[in-house]
Design a protein around this ligand. Sequence first.
Ligand code: IPM
Ligand code: MN
Length: 351
Amino acid sequence: MKSYKIAVVPGDGSGPEMVREGIKVLKAASEKFNFHLNMTELDYGGKRYLQTGEVLPEGAVEELKQYQAIFLGAIGHPEVKPGILEKGILLHLRFELDQYINLRPVKLYPGIDTPLKDKGPEEIDFVVVRENTEGLYAGSGGFLRKGTPHEVAVQESINTRMGVERCLRYAFEYCRERNREKKLTLCGKTNVLTYAFDLWERTFYEIGEEYPDIKKDYAHVDAICMWMVKNPEQFDVIVTDNMFGDIITDLGAMIQGGMGIAAGGNINPNGTSMFEPIGGSAPKYTGTNTINPLASICAGGMMLDHLGEKEAAAAIEKAVMSACAGDIKSLSAGKMGYSTEEVGNLVVGYL
Ligand code: IPM
Ligand code: MN
């Protein structure tokens, strides 16, 4: 039987409750489709930081490289200053494990309400490929004369030809494999960010010649926000930089029904990838058994798809769709009509 070594990082806040249901569904899928998941839980997160003073133990990255994938809950603790855990754990792992793609599907399931009242599952089904290791997230910049009236703060967007090209290539390949509209939209801001997106745009059309079967499309990020609300059906795959990708995928999560169902993958095609609900740790729901675990369950499905268990991944998605169409009243925490645990059981039932 095939076996996969998975690191589980439940993390903070509602993370552990979401992950618990995610694991329940993953286990059910592994039994049904005959593979084994060898899972090891790691305690990285805010609680550990408050107790020990270190964000990650020494050798954490090397240890994580031994796993085939990481199943992550959420990082973020109300008692820890913003930035410490995000940079020290989440972004650190994305960078050190070179997970250069952040893959975020935006798909409305039957039975789920979107705030776009005239749109349904036919119209809302696209994928955002977000560059995940460069741009404004690279941490380049600094202060000059900090704390004085003449203070200067610089935050630079780093865009390397290598980083841009490998992200674009991934997006072209992904779009080809997805095999729908075969249309790739570059989301940028070439009218203002005339260096960074000049590089993106040039590289896009240059390597695009190797993909004659893919339609190439370009739109500015502000216009993309408008079209995502007005005509989301025009999108198939969108590729963009780290910062714009962060912003437009929160908008995407809302039009697909909410953070309760939005999942993503941090992907290194040749290394260890990490799958997570994109919504964060929702600390106010901690321990109440009311958080929606569907995002974590969908992240588990994406992980199986990435590992090559395509049938099991498709079955999880189908089970989630059935639960959405038949049972769950709302995707919001506390309004689902079921507890966190019951939603996990429902999905296992359909599976
Ligand atoms: C996300 C989050 C992170 C990001 C934060 C927590 C650093 O918003 O995964 O989208 O900005 O990438
Ligand atoms: Mn975000």
